[in-house]
Design a protein around this ligand. Sequence first.
Ligand code: NAD
Length: 314
Amino acid sequence: MIYRQLGRTGLQVSIISFGAAPLGNEYGSIEGDGKRAVHAAIERGVNFFDTSPYYGRTLSETRLGQALHGYRDRVYLATKGGRYDVAAFDFSVERLTASVDESLKRLQTDYIDLYQLHDIEFVPRQTILDVALPTLERLRESGKIRFIGITGYPLPLLREVAEAHPVDTILSYCHYNLMNTSLARVLIPFAREQQIGVINASVLHMGVLTDAGAPAWHPAPTIIHQTAQQAAALARESGTDITTLALQFALQNDDVDTTLVGMRTETEVIDNLTLLGTVPDEEVLARVREIIAPVEGVTWHTGLRENDEPNAVG
Ligand code: NAD
């Protein structure tokens, strides 16, 4: 495993990290309780785990807490607050303060390494700047959380909020992978300059870049799914698969501190970690990128309209 410093936090995090949304059954029911996948990752050097009360409406945190019993001191634990259901957001002082205590209990720990505001595009930015971030600062002083971060989809918003209020990390998803590379242009230069940790999540585009395809809740327009399936077919015919190419492509980006991948099974963990240090077949990659080119960079509407990226569809 290779480790990189997460911004100015001083935490040395594995360059592949474990996204626990699948532990909340967000990608279909998992077999068993997810412990084997979590332990397989830790045994292979993964030391950064990300979850949220939103994933499986607390199921992911509960399962991760159980899986990390006896392993807590070997990992950095990131969770979130503010989002609790598809349309349930609450970034108030009272809710965030209670939320941290609830997460600590489910995660069976007395501190959270990184506490993040979950999907900040769903509320007015002044709520994030005037209420939520100051609340996290107070919680940090209490020792319950060590570092604070923001997460969300529209890159300009993430950047503007981080410009207006110091944060330790930014988690961006679906913005640096085979379908979209705008993270490299819109956010990374700023984050590097400010020494803000960058977590690159959903490099499989939340399941789009897999042979099985994305779950029904996926917000991307149909053309994205269709194009990805054409690319997946080409990858298969060429003796590889789209997931392998997507992971290899994303892992070549040294400017992100960690690449956060959602993994459902021990097999996925082992397969994905085996790809560390491998390079994509350049010819197949070029042909896949050619197929994707017409939809490369397409983003979708999510959250408040005022926070959308300029080219968002839907
Ligand atoms: P992802 O792009 O990582 O894709 C996950 C899907 O890919 C799952 O269905 C998983 O089973 C599948 N997969 C993984 N490895 C595979 C393999 N080798 N073969 C076949 N399929 C494979 O999407 P994600 O899980 O949503 O994103 C990663 C993590 O990032 C999340 O789990 C979560 O922790 C975090 N995240 C945070 C936010 C936010 O804070 N707003 C948003 C998105 C993701």
